[in-house]
Design a protein around this ligand. Structure first.
Ligand SMILES: C[S@@+](CC[C@H](N)C(=O)[O-])C[C@H]1O[C@@H](n2cnc3c(N)ncnc32)[C@H](O)[C@@H]1O
Ligand SMILES: [Zn+2]
Length: 315
């Protein structure tokens, strides 16, 4: 709850955009719009007037929690924190858009002791977990496709891991030179499970679409492919299928039958793309020379590097 109280300074009323203040079990704005804090510790700022999607179901979130807690995606969590080491100064608010259980956000906060975390998601079962993912993380319910209930330039960094990304809103909420770190599955991600478990395949055009969406609002800085191998038992393999979009397409009974036909252990490829971007600042940028603008190999500068810590700094 302390994390939520601290987060109020960067939040805004989803109805009128005014600042929010806390009161027992609720927060409200000066116009009198009031929003409940759930018993489980998350604040719902889903705007009225348009139906918000439900997000991941309780079963999907439970599967994701068990898969992540088994550590199979630890290399990705470590890489996220490594990239952020060079991309922001380690302080301020790290927003995780489509945070799910808040597992990646918690790993990042472990690396940055001066940062505060804000997990945004629309799924109630996810928000319940995210609210207790880390002592410095608050969890807030909202629709990632609508205006985010965040003030302009409130975020030092935005994470977006396998989740809906709203480039315009990410750019709006980033502080100048803030970093957005977006993770998408590669086309070989979990490929050994695709046929046996009937998983939904990654859309091959997705990379290009992502680049287009981001380019309009965010300036790409760095892109990295990460691939590693994971060894799954049947429970893990089932969780991998049940936590993702395939859960919307494969019936639970069918999945059980398919999982039972797997060997005791299956070695699987994890393959993701990490895209680091920063908010584009059009007015501060001189017009790009035509040659550089059209050269895909043109190197871009990295965002402000993190200053070295003095030996007396904590962390
Ligand atoms: C594939 S999960 C990834 C969760 C987390 N980033 C992770 O990797 O563990 C996608 C998440 O996006 C959330 N989500 C889906 N649609 C959303 C929306 N319109 N607004 C906010 N969150 C949404 C889901 O509830 C789910 O938690
Ligand atoms: Zn209001």
């Amino acid at each position: 709850m302390a994390a939520l109280e601290r987060a109020l300074g960067v939040l805004r009323c989803p109805t009128c955009g005014a600042a929010l203040t806390g009161a027992a079990g609720a927060v409200r704005c000066a116009q009198g719009h009031s929003f409940d804090v759930a018993r489980q510790g998350y604040l719902s700022l889903v705007a009225g007037g348009r139906a918000a999607p439900a997000g991941d179901t309780a079963e999907m979130v439970a599967a994701r929690e068990s898969f992540l807690e088994a550590g199979h995606f630890q290399p990705l969590a470590a890489k996220l924190a490594d990239l952020l080491e060079h991309a922001f100064d380690g302080a301020g608010v790290v927003v995780d858009l489509g945070a799910g259980t808040g597992w990646y956000l918690a790993r990042v906060l472990d690396r940055f002791p001066e940062a505060a975390g804000l997990a945004l998601d629309v799924s109630k079962p996810a928000l319940r977990r995210a609210a207790r993912a880390h002592p410095r993380a608050a969890a807030v319910g909202c629709d990632a496709w609508g205006p985010l209930p965040l003030r302009d330039h409130a975020a030092a960094a935005v994470l977006n891991v396998f989740a809906p990304r709203n480039a315009a809103e990410i750019a709006r909420v980033l502080r100048p030179e803030g970093a957005a770190l977006i993770v998408t599955p590669g086309d070989r991600h979990l490929e050994e499970l695709v046929a046996p478990l009937g998983l939904v395949r990654v859309d091959p055009d997705k990379d290009e679409r992502l680049a287009r969406q981001l380019a309009a609002r965010l300036e790409p800085v760095e892109r990295e492919e990460l691939r590693w191998r994971i060894r799954l038992d049947r429970d893990d393999a089932r969780a991998a299928a049940a936590m993702g979009p395939s859960a919307f397409h494969v019936e639970a009974d069918d999945l059980d039958r398919r999982v039972a036909a797997l060997p005791d252990q299956v070695d699987v490829t994890a393959a993701v793309t990490l895209s680091l971007a920063r908010a584009a600042v059009p007015s501060a940028r001189p017009p790009a020379p035509a040659a550089a603008a059209s050269d895909p190999g043109h190197r871009r500068s990295r965002p402000g590097s993190r200053p070295p810590r003095s030996p007396g700094d904590k962390g």
